[in-house]
Design a protein. Sequence first.
Length: 312
Amino acid sequence: MTTGRGIVVRSCGMAVPDKILTNDDLAATLDTSDTWIAERTGIRERHIGGTTSSLAAQAGRQALERAGLGPEDIDALVLATTTPDALVPATASTVQQLLGLRNVGALNINAACSGFIFGLVVSAGLAATGTDRILLVGADTLSRITDWDDRTIAVLVGDGAGAVVIEAVEGPGNLLSHNLQADGSLRHLLSCDLGGYLYMNGKEIFRSAVRVVVESAEHALRDAGLGVDDIAMFVPHQANLRIIQAACQRLGIPEDKTAVVIDRYGNTSSASIPLALDDVVSTGRVRDGDLVLFSGFGGGMSWASAVLRWGA
């Protein structure tokens, strides 16, 4: 067992299906419109299709290429997902095979839309106890558990995946703090029974989400000994633009320091935060040394935040 080790994030990657479903496409079959959807959610279009494992592998492959690494360089695979390909085996095992990873542990984490942050903390734990490189992927295909005749859910969801390559380093590393929470008494607000469709109490989710995101983010900042002004980029879960805006207003984070991709991808659950991270990194809005604040919430009800210094 190795102690006194932290982590750095070497690279990120992403994948979305080719098929794009616009608000106008939905309006052709549902009692809705582009204006109605955009005003209430901030979503203009979403990508639909593929499997969780195929999207996860595609995002993971891109992250490996950007890090200049091959499958032989990875020691563990952590997959955050709420839509596995099957109940058994773990979809992480399928992704491991698709990527050609050898002699590695592979596991699923289901913390819904908070899953990527939970996975980041689990990866840090693996690194602290001897694992050198971890591929962390957040991937979901919510379209598979959506009733496309239910406009309250159908207008929100999208499919996609995001990945990061994590490397252990001697010393504290770049994960400065984290805050993980769950409240099972609220599980009825967002759920999907085996073989069923997604259900969400949108009004109650909105009220709870803004509160827990703000409290969790503030907790993570305090633990890191930082203030909002120290943060270069806020990367929140992309559930609803109104939730993002309300959380930013309460935290005092300006729009130009907030990652927003919900207009293009919709709510992609576990893939939401890494997709937004990939966007701000690839467009140069986040550079090496920048402090990034992550915060998400989802079914469970779970919520989580973390502060990470970007780059190696």
